[in-house]
Design a protein around this ligand. Sequence first.
Ligand code: ZN
Length: 275
Amino acid sequence: MRKLLLSVLLGIFSLGAHADGFITRLLNHPVPGGVAVVGLPQQTEAPRAQYDGKPVLIIREDGERWIAIVGIDLKTPPGAQQLQLGNGQQITFQVRGKDYEQQHITLRNKSQVNPAPAQLARIQRELDEQLAAYARFSPRQPSNLMLDHPVPGRLSSAFGLRRFFNGEERNPHSGLDFAAAAGTPIKAPAAGEVILTGNYFFNGNTVFVDHGQGLISMFCHLSRIDVKAGDEVARGGVLGAVGATGRATGPHLHWNVSLNGHRVDPAIFIGAFQP
Ligand code: ZN
């Protein structure tokens, strides 16, 4: 047992001893709503690991060491978290604190601040459908982990903003917004399978793409959807066009990135993380 523990510890320390690879340097931002890159034991076969009872993304970085890429829920308090390995071992990693800013939005359509009771059943059904899509775990390896911008244009609202609609606090911003003109084509930031499309109360016309191993993108408020569930899309393949459908104050792209069932900051995956 002591030898096992020691080898796990050495596995962790080897993160520091080796020069970290590109993916580790890009993605390792272990904050609430961020990503932890955790070194795994050296072995021939891919190790298996779970976090929060869900399988996590595992790759072999630079062809030499196994790493787990773990999505951290925005509600996670700073402190120690555990990764469970398939062989029964645990690896501890630390989550740092992060303060997110506030955003105040005025909506003239009051029914989108406090939806009418008649709409609640629809909203719940849509939420269940979307959570089921985020819960998927397919074995494919993501084609790329440095993701492409799905549209050109500046970043507008950041992930994690604490949002107040007409003064009432609602869920924090679960994705990253791009300012882009209506009709701008939205391109897949990595290859994947379209697993869900729909027209939703809050998100408007929406597309989900499964990039593999629990890495899932959602694109919202589209004016037009060009794909359907079951379609394979190449990296750069067009999914639809920017619009303002659903709860949107104007045309923009809202992009969510989910990892092992947790929404994480998409800015991390395009090299634009703000600590
Ligand atoms: Zn948004």
